[in-house]
Design a protein around this ligand. Structure first.
Ligand code: ADE
Length: 226
C-alpha cells in the first residue's frame, strides 16, 4: 500500500522541511509515500506570475485566482484519478484522527493551500471535494495545515513507522489519550519510573497503561469518553 499526495501552493518553500526530513523522508525513500509539491506560480502566464488578486467587492487580503488553480489541478487529473481534492481552510470540516485514518486508505490525494483570505469560490465549487480545518484558529496560509495533514496520514501507512503496533496505540486511535512513557535511567534527579514498568509482567503493564489512559482522558478530555 502506498499513497500519493500532490500539494499545490503559492509558497512551496514553506513545505520543504516538514516533508523531507525524518519519518516522512524515510517513507518516501521506501516507496510508501510519494509527496509532490507544485508551485502555483508555474501555472501563471503573465510576466509577474500573478496568482492572486484583491477580492471583488472590496475587503482586506488577497484571493488566489481561479485560472492557475484550475490549470494545475486539471494537469494532475489528466495523469491519474484522484480520490479527493482537499482544500485546507479554517472554515472546513474539522480534521481529526478519524479523518487521518480515512485518508490513509486512499491512493491519490490533492491538497490545495490557500492564502489566509482564501481562494476564488469557483475553485471550491467546481474542483474541491473536501474542505478540512486543522483547528479553530487562523493561519497565514494553508501550507502548515497541509503539512500537518500529510504527516498524520503518511505515518499511518503500514511500514512507515517501524513498530507496527506504534500507530495503533497512539492517543485518539481508540478514543483515549496515551499513557505516560519512560526510558532509561530508572531514577533521574530523584524521580523514579513506576515500578510496574521495570518488572516485565506484560499483563500488569497493560493494566497499568489502561488505567493511566482512562485517568488522563477523564482529567483532560472528558469529551472523548463514551
Ligand atoms: N488555513 C488557515 N487557517 C487554517 C486552519 N485552521 N486549518 C486549515 N487551513 C487553514
Amino acid at each position: 500500500m502506498s499513497i500519493r499526495i500532490d500539494i499545490i501552493s503559492a509558497v512551496p518553500q514553506l513545505l520543504t522541511s516538514p516533508l523531507t526530513e525524518s519519518i516522512l523522508k524515510r517513507a518516501q525513500e521506501r516507496g510508501l509515500a510519494d509527496i509532490r509539491v507544485h508551485d502555483l506560480r508555474s501555472y501563471a502566464h503573465d510576466k509577474h506570475r500573478t496568482v492572486d488578486h484583491p477580492p471583488y467587492g472590496g475587503g482586506a487580503g488577497m484571493i488566489l485566482k481561479p485560472e492557475p488553480l484550475f490549470e494545475c489541478i486539471e494537469a494532475l487529473k489528466a495523469e491519474r484519478t484522484y480520490d479527493e481534492v482537499i482544500y485546507v481552510t479554517a472554515d472546513g470540516e474539522r480534521f481529526d484522527q478519524r479523518s487521518a485514518n480515512r485518508l490513509s486508505l486512499l491512493s491519490n490525494i490533492i491538497i490545495l493551500c490557500g492564502h489566509y483570505k482564501g481562494i476564488d469560490e469557483r475553485v471550491r465549487q467546481a474542483l474541491v471535494t473536501r474542505e478540512l480545518s486543522i483547528g479553530d484558529y487562523v493561519l497565514t496560509g494553508g501550507e502548515l495545515a497541509a503539512a500537518v495533514i500529510t504527516d498524520a496520514v503518511v505515518r499511518l501507512i503500514p511500514g512507515v513507522i517501524n513498530d507496527g503496533e506504534s500507530a495503533l496505540t497512539d492517543s485518539f486511535q481508540d478514543g483515549l489519550l496515551d499513557a505516560p512513557s519512560y526510558t532509561r535511567p530508572p531514577e533521574f534527579r530523584g524521580m523514579t519510573v513506576p515500578e510496574v514498568l521495570l518488572g516485565g509482567n506484560h499483563a500488569a503493564i497493560a493494566a497499568w497503561r489502561d488505567e493511566q489512559r482512562r485517568t488522563k482522558t477523564e482529567q483532560r478530555r472528558k469529551d472523548l469518553l463514551p
